[in-house]
Design a binder for this molecule. Structure first.
Ligand SMILES: Nc1ncnc2c1ncn2[C@@H]1O[C@H](COP(=O)(O)OP(=O)(O)OP(=O)(O)O)[C@@H](O)[C@H]1O
Length: 751
């Protein structure tokens, strides 16, 4: 850097040259800043005036490094905001955004302590600042929650947060809105003291035009351009008008090609300017009556200010000989100091900022104990609901029975014997049906079928007229039985097959019932009961048990998906909510890095997740007795890793999405595809080859299989089915974290 450029850096707090900023693209593109130039001398107060929507906030957000220009240059305290050497964002700046940007659940003291931690300030300094600013800004008791303060008190609180660490540059977006004149006076007094006694630079936007008389320089902004940039007294003198409002109106008219206006004060609110009627001359004269800070160059000798500073400042201001209506276009920005930013440059997270963020997150959680309880117990509740509702055998299933063997003249009574006799075998068979089936007798087949169509019964079991006789003939004929005999000795079943699960259960029970019935018949005749069994026998399983309950099959998938999706939604929700209503903008301007914010969330969510996993395991394994034949440590570890994958995915959603709705939509959209492709509800083996490949690369598929192997087979990490789950979880965690880092490097976040 050459000497001249170094001089420029030292003398000017803020320089903006040829700034162009647009929003939107294509036909929706609008130019917000149009070749804007701005020059703010160090140690001065700069009042930025302009109608609502002219681009003041946009300009300030570019100064604090929260937005980037499309073209043009910005230099703040000698450097480009966001460059490593600038310290901006960081403690050199105090920023008061237009919106509250404070947590309603924090007290005044807690809010200021939070910033104290972010800036790594000493406790004594923090305490003295809390006391000093409370007095200065007439804040309520410091244990009052910010959310319970009035609008004006909240703005003063917001102002206090910006002043708190006594930064070199204060950027204040409408600090005096909703503040009564006396307090406004003391706020301006404080700002002037900051600039004069401590050489701090202040940029302040206000709708109260006349209060800006107390600034050293006024920038009048219109439609993204500065119409003028001058000291207030020069403006009044050069335009020979009684008030700054008149000057502004004249400049606006001139800007529109009208040269002359009448000398009377214009109507308030002209030119779409939100001129505040309460902030007219009377407010300013209050300042004047005080006699201390009416104008920098008219300060009373009795004022407790540093006169040498005033002299230096005034001489600096007087050196500016530009014509009033001409915006300064020099000095030029020292381009040598402007370095291109490397989006991949990583700085290590700072311990004090990280601890401030973690403590803040815990405090927020504990302020909402109801929500905390809900967060801890929700997964366990979901697991309990799953266990009590899923996997149980259905019962009370009504089946219509049409038994044409029964004699209507004998009242269709179903008698049967347990002896070795072929008599009323239909009735003997029905006795072996499981109790889960309720038998509803019908006189004829068509009636039963009608009942089936009306949903009164799940199906119809029909025995023919000579069922027993034909059954006996078939038995005796063996392989030479006729087709007619075979048909007449059959039990015919017609099912309502719309419910596949019920269909399968009833079919299974009817077949099992027949097996039991026939064994009973054989036994009663002294034959080997299993003689006529279907010659296929399922022996004891290698793993698991015969008829493994569905809950046991589902449990690993359920545990992992509950923990995974809770982590996704909580992490995404918490972070997006923070951006919407919290301190995010302010924290970022204070120098907090997105990586630190993400890490803070990871730590907080981790502690919630540990509790959730513990409760889910207690419910599933202890309360509902889902067996775990392997290592419990491994089972918990794979679940924990899956929670981490969920958290990282939640973070990615949060970094990508603008608001809660899109974050919620994205997490919900991911839910079903992940569940169905991960083999929770249906075997992956049923998918096509290509889909199966995709399914195996999904974050939950291998881990679910892994947990199933640990639970049911008692396998350990030496088995590929187990370690594959761990491996893929780690790969996903790393991949998602890298994705988050890339997104946060390229994006600017705003509340
Ligand atoms: N993120 C955004 N996307 C699109 N347009 C935006 C965005 N932010 C602001 N604008 C538009 O840019 C223009 C300037 O907004 P800005 O907030 O900078 O104005 P302002 O001068 O600060 O207004 P006010 O005094 O009312 O706060 C407005 O028309 C606004 O609607």
């Amino acid at each position: 850097m050459n000497d001249a450029s170094a001089g420029v850096s030292v003398e000017y707090g803020v320089l903006v040259r040829n700034a162009i900023k647009t929003y939107g693209v294509g036909s929706r593109k609008s130019i917000i800043l149009e070749n804007l130039n701005m020059t703010v001398k160090k140690g001065s107060i700069y009042g930025l005036l302009g109608a609502s929507g002219c681009g003041k906030t946009t300009l300030l957000s570019c100064l604090v490094g929260r937005r980037s220009l499309n073209s043009g240059d910005v230099q703040v305290l000698g450097h480009e905001p966001g460059s490593p050497e600038s310290g901006i964002p960081g403690p050199r700046i105090g920023y008061m955004p237009q919106e509250l940007a404070l947590y309603g659940h924090f007290t005044i003291r807690e809010t200021l302590i939070y910033f104290g931690r972010i800036y790594n300030l000493r406790t004594e300094f923090v305490n003295s600042q809390v006391e000093f600013l409370s007095k200065l800004l007439d804040l309520p008791a410091s244990d009052r929650y910010v959310g319970t303060l009035s609008g004006g008190q909240q703005r003063r609180m917001s102002f206090a947060a910006a002043l708190f660490h006594e930064p070199e540059l204060l950027i204040l977006d409408e600090p005096t809105v909703g503040v009564d004149p006396v307090l406004r006076h003391s706020i301006w007094e404080h700002l002037i003291r900051q600039s004069v006694e401590h050489g701090r630079t202040v940029i302040v936007t206000t709708h109260y035009i006349e209060e800006a008389r107390q600034a050293n320089t006024i920038g009048m902004m219109r439609s993204g351009r500065l119409l003028t940039e001058e000291s207030p007294e020069n403006l009044l003198r050069d335009y020979n008008l009684p008030s700054l409002e008149n000057v502004f109106l004249k400049l606006c008219m001139k800007d529109e090609g009208k040269n002359e206006i009448q000398q009377q004060p214009p109507a308030l609110g002209h030119d779409n300017m939100a001129f505040d009627q309460s902030a007219s001359q009377s407010d300013v004269s209050e300042v004047g009556i005080d006699g201390r800070y009416t104008r920098n160059d008219q300060r009373s000798p009795t004022s407790p200010v540093d006169f040498s500073a005033i002299t230096q400042f005034d001489s600096a201001m007087n050196n500016n000989n530009e014509s009033p209506a001409k915006v300064s276009s020099s000095p030029v920005i020292n381009f040598a100091s402007k370095r291109s930013r490397n989006p991949f440059r990583m700085t290590l997270p700072s311990r004090h900022r990280l601890s401030a963020l973690i403590l803040k997150n815990y405090l927020l959680i504990f302020r909402n104990l109801g929500i905390l309880g809900f967060l801890y117990f929700l997964p366990a509740f979901q697991a309990a609901v799953f266990n009590v509702t899923l996997g149980h055998e259905p019962f009370g299933l009504r089946m219509g029975i049409v038994n044409d063997e029964l004699n209507p003249s004998e009242g269709r009574v179903c008698n049967y014997t347990t002896e070795c006799t072929y008599s009323m075998l239909s009735c003997r068979y029905l006795r072996f049906l499981k109790d889960n089936i309720i038998q509803i007798p019908f006189d004829n087949y068509s009636e039963a079928l009608e009942a089936g169509k009306r949903n009164d019964v799940w199906g119809v079991i029909h025995f023919g007229h000579n069922f027993t006789e034909e059954f006996e003939i078939r038995r005796e004929s063996g392989d030479s039985a006729t087709y007619d005999t075979i048909l007449r000795s059959q039990i015919n079943v017609r099912m309502d097959s719309t419910n596949q699960q019920i269909d399968v259960f009833i079919e299974k029970w009817l077949i099992e019932g027949f097996g039991d019935f026939f064994r009973d018949l054989m036994k009663s005749c002294g034959h080997e009961p299993d003689a006529s069994n279907f010659p296929l026998e399922f022996m004891d399983p290698v793993y698991g048990q015969k008829d493994t309950p569905y809950t046991e099959f589902m449990a690993p998938g359920l545990i992992i998906s509950i923990i995974y999706f809770m982590a996704v939604s909580l992490t995404a929700g918490a972070f997006v909510a923070e951006r919407k209503q919290g301190l995010l903008d302010r924290s970022l301007v204070a120098g907090v890095q997105m990586v630190e914010i993400l890490m803070g969330y990871l730590v907080n969510q981790l502690s919630v997740m540990v509790g959730q996993i513990a409760l889910v395991f207690i419910i599933m394994l202890w309360f509902f007795a889902v067996p775990c034949h392997g290592s419990m440590v491994l089972a918990i570890l794979i679940t924990f890793l899956q929670g981490l994958v969920g958290m990282c995915f939640g973070l990615l959603i949060a970094t990508v999405c603008e608001n809660e709705i899109s974050a919620l939509s994205l997490s919900m959209a991911s839910f079903l595809p992940l569940v169905v492709t991960s083999g929770i509800a249906w075997p992956i083996e049923g998918m096509s080859f290509y889909l199966r490949t995709i399914s195996y690369s999904m974050p939950m598929t291998y881990p679910i299989e892994s947990l199933r192997c640990i639970f049911s087979k008692g396998w350990g990490l030496s088995e590929v089915d187990v370690y594959a789950g761990f491996g893929i979880s780690i790969i996903w965690i790393l991949g998602l974290l890298i994705g988050c880092l890339i997104v946060v490097r390229f994006r600017k976040y705003s509340s």
